[in-house]
Design a protein around this ligand. Structure first.
Ligand SMILES: Nc1nc2c(ncn2[C@@H]2O[C@H](COP(=O)(O)OP(=O)(O)O)[C@@H](O)[C@H]2O)c(=O)[nH]1
Ligand SMILES: [Mg+2]
Length: 216
């Protein structure tokens, strides 16, 4: 019997090549968006990345695009509350959502970006999938639950990407994965497959590229 929410398998040669090709194109920072009116034209497909601050989101975007320092723009103070757009070749936008879980952010700031996030997730026609990043050391936290609920109500399919897999010993990983699976089982918008990655070692990067390249 197959466990629910299995780990994504490495792509076969052809699928691997499709992913490689898509990400061989150039990546550039386009803009940081603070309101729906600032979104670039919806002229290509896009995927977005969400996760708690420090989960490894910038590192993952850099690893996917093979562009060191690309997503650093989104780390500069003042950029953290923006929806940051990157091109990946001419056919794809990679969208870096604001990191959540800053315990000390003022309520007004939190509410403002939650409103924008809600509008974005439910209103962006070309958004194909959201990737929710979860730290392999920590599993799903309460703030992750909140974004998953938001994705459920926005009817945007989301897929969990485990980050920093290199920091967790094989024997400890199974327990965390089970906690994640348990959490995902409560979310109708969860895609039934988990991607295990390490931006540091490159694990799972080709898999994620291939997954993105095969979204329709
Ligand atoms: N060991 C390890 N560290 C990572 C990995 N990904 C990110 N980090 C580290 O985690 C910290 C936060 O990463 P960053 O990408 O800036 O997180 P963000 O706040 O989610 O954008 C940095 O010190 C990274 O070097 C990984 O795959 N393995
Ligand atoms: Mg970042």
């Amino acid at each position: 019997m197959q466990l629910p929410f299995p780990l994504a398998e490495e792509p076969e040669a052809i699928a691997h090549e499709t992913g490689r090709k898509l990400f061989a194109g150039q990546s550039e920072f386009v803009k940081g968006v603070v309101a729906m009116s600032g979104l670039p034209p919806a002229d290509r497909m896009e995927v977005c990345f969400a996760g708690r601050s420090n989960v490894g989101k910038s590192s993952l975007i850099n690893a996917l695009t093979g562009t060191k320092g690309l997503a650093r723009a989104s780390n500069t103070p003042g950029r953290t509350q923006e929806i940051n757009y990157f091109t990946q070749g001419p056919e794809l936008y990679l969208v870096d959502l604001p990191g959540y879980g800053y315990a000390n952010a003022p309520l007004a700031v939190v509410e403002k970006w939650q409103r924008l996030l809600k509008q974005y997730l439910s209103g962006r026609q070309t958004l194909r999938r959201a990737f929710v990043l979860i730290d392999t050391r920590h599993g799903v936290k309460k703030v992750d639950e909140e974004i998953m609920k938001l994705l459920d109500t926005s009817a945007v399919t989301f897929q969990v990407v485990m980050t920093k897999a290199d920091k967790v010993k094989d024997k400890d990983r199974a327990k965390i994965l089970d906690q994640v699976r348990e959490a995902l089982s409560k979310h109708p918008a969860a895609y039934p497959e988990i991607v295990l990655t390490s931006s540091e070692k490159g694990d799972g990067i080709a898999t994620l590229r291939s997954i993105i390249a095969h979204l329709d």
